[in-house]
Design a binder for this molecule. Structure first.
Ligand SMILES: [Zn+2]
Ligand SMILES: [Zn+2]
Length: 406
């Protein structure tokens, strides 16, 4: 098994660095590697872009996050929760979910009523109120910071007082009483501002659309439906992404494969080498994605879980399954490479027709047994009639006996 892998690896490296059976010069090799890196980088960036082309669960069901926040809150009847819910709807994401036109997918019908009301809530007036509220909040946090500074000054002044320090020698210029009164003023200002916020929030949630929205939120059966839809969207999202990524890679792989095949038959060494590199580079991300899918994909997990349940909950069975699947896949892949990519017979056919060396493509004279350039023996003896026949062909040229895969 190990020598088999070694053979495959040697073939891979030889195929990737040789042109017409001669090793590539170092400059060409560097250029080739640079091309590889550049293409690989672009393939991965393309994969990333295409996977963002479809709606993610929160784009498909944009009303879910608001509803979920509302239902997971501890006190649904509290004013604070209602106010926060409506406030968060205003200018929410700049309405990004209303203009996702160039993406695949559509917004769930379940959100229709919520989105309609959300639009109605976003009047210029309400947007202004929300901006005011945010402004006041900033002012409050500034005041709080000032109070903290004053508080530490107050503490040190108190300590000085206890230590018997005269006010003239104090490091703080103001007296403790002055600081205390300043703190009180600022605390009053804060509570005034908080009152202002409350008034503005009350105005917000009394808007008819906001009231309707809050009523809609209390519909538990609709919440359950939306949550179910969201979970299903979450389940399918990675699978859809993989499908798109595979669709992105397939034309590239097929194109590179046929280019490579054609170049090999026509004996265009440089093209064959370049297309071979491209083929490898397009297959690498596909292989990674497939392995990722088998190891982490939720469809495979569910399949394995059902097998485990069938076998009475023996968890190690899932490892058995994975241990079995991955080598099987690798085996299939190597078989595929052997059959289609390392197939020397296609190349041999063309060379024999043109009376060229099967190994190095040098021009021969008819019936030359050995290549004058590389010394390769062109013939083998047929096991049936014992006459000499070409190597790497399917049938004996004398008796038509089917030859072993040599
Ligand atoms: Zn030769
Ligand atoms: Zn024969």
């Amino acid at each position: 098994m190990f020598s088999f892998i070694k053979k495959i690896a040697r073939k891979l490296i030889r195929k990737s660095t040789y042109i017409h059976h001669e090793s590539l010069n170092k400059v060409s090799l560097v250029i080739l590697i640079l091309i590889d890196i550049f293409v690989l980088f672009n393939v991965f960036s393309g994969l990333n872009n295409i996977s963002q082309w479809i709606f993610n669960p929160s784009e498909e069901i944009p009303c879910f996050s608001t509803i979920e926040n509302y239902y997971t809150a501890t006190n649904k009847e509290s004013f604070a929760l209602k106010a926060a819910t409506i406030e968060n709807l205003i200018n929410h994401n700049n309405f990004s979910h209303f203009n996702n036109q160039n993406k695949l997918g559509k917004v769930s019908k379940l959100c229709d009523n919520y989105l309609r009301l959300e639009k109605e809530i976003n009047t210029p007036d309400n947007i202004e109120i929300k901006a005011d509220i945010e402004q006041i909040r900033t002012e409050i946090s500034n005041l709080n910071q000032e109070i903290q500074t004053l508080q530490s000054q107050y503490d040190s002044t108190l300590l000085e007082k206890i230590a018997g320090q005269t006010p003239q020698n104090s490091i703080n210029q103001t007296t403790a009483d002055q600081i205390k009164s300043e703190i009180d003023t600022k605390t009053n200002q804060i509570s005034n501002k908080k009152q202002q916020i409350l008034q503005k929030q009350t105005r917000l949630i009394q808007v008819p659309a906001a009231d309707a929205y809050l009523k809609l939120l209390n519909n538990t059966s609709e919440y359950k439906q939306i949550k179910k839809a969201y979970q299903s969207a979450q389940f399918w999202y990675p699978n859809k992404q993989l499908l798109l990524q595979t669709l992105f890679l397939l034309p590239l792989i097929i194109g590179a494969y046929f280019w490579h095949k054609n170049a090999t038959i026509k004996n265009q060494g440089l093209q064959a080498l370049l297309s071979w590199h491209l083929l490898l580079i397009f297959c690498i991300p596909l292989l990674i994605k497939v392995f990722e899918f088998i190891q982490f994909g939720n469809l495979i997990r569910i399949a394995i879980e059902s097998i485990v349940t069938l076998l009475g909950g023996l968890l190690f069975v899932s490892n058995y399954v994975l241990i079995l699947i991955i080598p099987l896949l690798g085996f299939g892949l190597i078989k595929f490479l052997q059959r289609f990519v390392f197939n020397q017979r296609i190349q041999a056919k063309k060379r024999i027709e043109k009376i060229r060396c099967i190994n190095c493509n040098s021009q021969l004279r008819l019936n030359d047994r050995f290549c004058h350039y590389c010394g390769f023996n062109q013939y083998t003896n047929c096991p049936n009639c014992n006459q000499k026949t070409y190597k790497l062909t399917n049938f004996c040229r004398v008796c038509g006996h089917q030859l072993e895969q040599n």
